[in-house]
Each structure stands twice: as C-alpha cells, then as structure tokens.
Design a protein around this ligand. Structure first.
Ligand code: UDP
Length: 325
C-alpha cells in the first residue's frame, strides 16, 4: 500500500496510540488529535520523535482545526469517543456530546472537504443485553437495550447513532465509510481508571489489594490483543470491498471473569483475595451487565482472514510485564 496521510482522532488513547504506531511502521504520515480526556501524553511518548508524526491536543469539536486536519489527510480513523463503562456512568453528558456531536462534525467535514474515507470505531456495546441464551453476536443482529434511566445504555445509543450517521452519509452522499465494532480489547498501556477489567485486576493483584469481581463472576468476555485489533482495523480500512460495511473485530474465545481473576492472581503470584462486589455498588442503581459478549467472526474471517494470534495467557503476561516496568 502507498503511504498515506492519516488522521487519527483519539490517537493518544489506548487503541489510538497502538494504531498510530502501526501506521507509522508502514511509512504513513500520522497526525493525531486528542483532548486527553481518557488518553495521555504517556501513550504517545515513543512516537513523538518520529518525523512523520504530529499531534494536536484539542477537541474534535474544534471545527476549524478539524477542517484543516481533514483537508490535509487521505483517510481518517475516528476513535475519539467517551469509552469505559465507568467513565460513561460518571460523565453522562460529556459522553453523549462527544460521541454524537463529535462524530457529526467529523462526518460532515469529511464529506464536504472531498469525501475522505472514514473508519468509524464502534463497539460491541451496540448489541446491548444478551437475549435468550444467545452467546455470540452477528453484525446484523437485533439490539436489546435497557431503560434510559440506566446511564450505561446511553453509550450504546450514541455509538448506534454514529453508525446510523456514517451509513446515511455512505448511502446518500457516497462518503466512503467502514464501521468496526471492537469487542473487549486489551494490551499494554490500557488503564483501569475507566473501568476496564484486565488492567484493574492486574493492578489490584500487584498491589496486594482485593481483586474486585463484580456480580458473581460467571459473566464471560472475549478479549483480543490490541496488536491483533489494530492489524485487523488497518486491513479492513484497505480492503477494496469494505466500504459501507460493518465488522465485528474480536476473538471468538471467551473466559469468565472468575477464571480471569484466578489466572491473574496466579500469574502475578499475588496474595490478594478475590472479593465479590454487587453491580449496584460498583456502578449505579439498577446496573445491568451482559452475561456473554462474544463476536461472531465469520464476516471478518471472510474479508481479511482474521485470526487472533495472541492467546489470553500471552496477553496477560505482556500486560503484567508492562505494569511491572
Ligand atoms: N468487572 C469486574 N471487576 C472490575 C471491573 C469490571 O468484575 O473491577 C467486570 C464487569 O462487570 C464486566 C467485565 O468485568 O462483566 C468486563 O468489564 P469491562 O468494563 O472491562 O468491559 P465491558 O463490560 O464493557 O465488557
């Protein structure tokens, strides 16, 4: 592939910074914009010396700056968003505004300044509550959400609106868009501050603090290593037939949160106790969790022959090492 001028919104975030690194390794020019709400300068410190890398610490709501950045790019990876269950519950207004208004501005500009290709990062949260013993989700499956009084569901709605908007731009204006629904992604540099379970458990285990399993721990998740996710997202962005399509990006293997806690305790040789915390205490009144969250990966396998290369123990090992550094 010919090197491109790439814009990454949310490029100082966990996934964004890994994506920036991978695109720089492919000789692209990479510009990022990030307001550091959940991202950090630390995430991009190893990229700052690269001559093909530029960063702007600003919000994607800054239309003037965004216009200039989009004009000067060939492709946009839109990752800037409110992320993390805890962050969304603690900051409901900001989450809705950034996810809806931010994406609206970006898509409008991408269309107006020359129909620039947009890769929209979406989420498995889109699928909502698990229904009828369903264990894996296909891209065209129904979405089942809880009441608007439970903040968690606003995240699913805002990202769904982003998808609707992107698809509407594609259908009506021929804006080239690709939608990637990321399932639980993990790897070095992810912080537990906004709720993500793996960095939380590892930190607790290393500090000898109680490992806090929410609910009864029988809920399962499918984790994918960030390096695999980033490779898949780039391959989908470059695939000639991916425009206008939605893809699950994830691992079809899952693990229960109980098993995860036990493995982390063992691998870190921690003396931490595993404790059980009711959801309502951990999050908010009436909080609802998904029992299962596993992607059906037929579509991504068909398009780019995607196979995760890092298994759960390798993921945990590399993250533990990163924490110990
Ligand atoms: N979780 C947990 N303890 C924590 C943080 C999260 O047991 O300290 C649980 C959480 O309730 C969920 C799973 O781990 O069932 C994954 O949570 P995360 O927020 O990482 O991802 P998501 O819920 O978005 O899949």
């Amino acid at each position: 592939m010919r090197p491109k001028r790439v814009l990454i919104t949310g490029g100082a975030g966990f996934v964004g910074s890994h994506l920036a690194q991978a695109l720089l390794e492919k000789e692209n020019k990479v510009v990022i914009i990030d307001n550091l709400s959940t991202g950090s300068m630390d995430n991009i410190k190893q990229l700052k010396n690269n001559k093909r890398f530029l960063y702007h610490i600003d919000t994607i709501m800054n239309k003037r700056l965004m216009k200039r950045l989009i004009e000067n790019s060939d492709i946009i990876y839109h990752l800037a968003a409110a992320v993390g269950v805890k962050f969304v519950i603690d900051n409901p207004l900001e989450s809705i505004q950034i996810n809806v208004r931010g994406t609206e501005i970006l898509l409008e500009l991408a269309n107006d300044v020359g129909k620039k290709k947009v890769i929209l990062a979406s989420t498995s949260e889109i699928y909502g509550k698990n229904m009828d013993g369903k264990t894996s989700f296909k891209e065209e499956d129904d979405r089942v959400l809880g009441s608007t009084s439970i903040s968690r569901w606003s995240y699913s709605c805002t990202k769904a609106l982003d998808e609707f908007l992107a698809l509407a731009y594609f259908r009506e204006k021929k804006l080239p868009v690709v939608i990637v629904r990321l399932f639980n992604t993990c790897g070095p540099r992810q912080t537990g501050e906004y709720g993500m379970v793996i960095p939380r458990f590892i930190k607790q285990a290393l500090l000898g603090q109680p490992i806090t399993v929410y609910g009864d721990g029988t809920q399962t998740r499918s984790f994918t290593y960030v390096g695999d996710v980033v490779k898949a997202v780039i391959a989908l962005a470059e695939h000639p037939k991916s425009v206008g399509e939605i893809f699950n990006v994830g691992n079809s293997r899952s693990i229960s949160i109980n098993e995860l806690a036990q493995r982390i305790k063992k691998m870190t040789e921690s003396s931490s106790k595993i404790v059980y915390v009711p959801y309502e205490k951990a999050y908010e009144k009436g909080f609802e969790d998904m029992k299962y969250r596993q992607p059906n990966t037929s579509k991504i396998r068909e398009f780019i022959n995607f196979k995760p290369t890092v298994d759960i123990d390798e993921m945990l090992e590399s993250i533990i090492k990163d924490f110990e550094r």
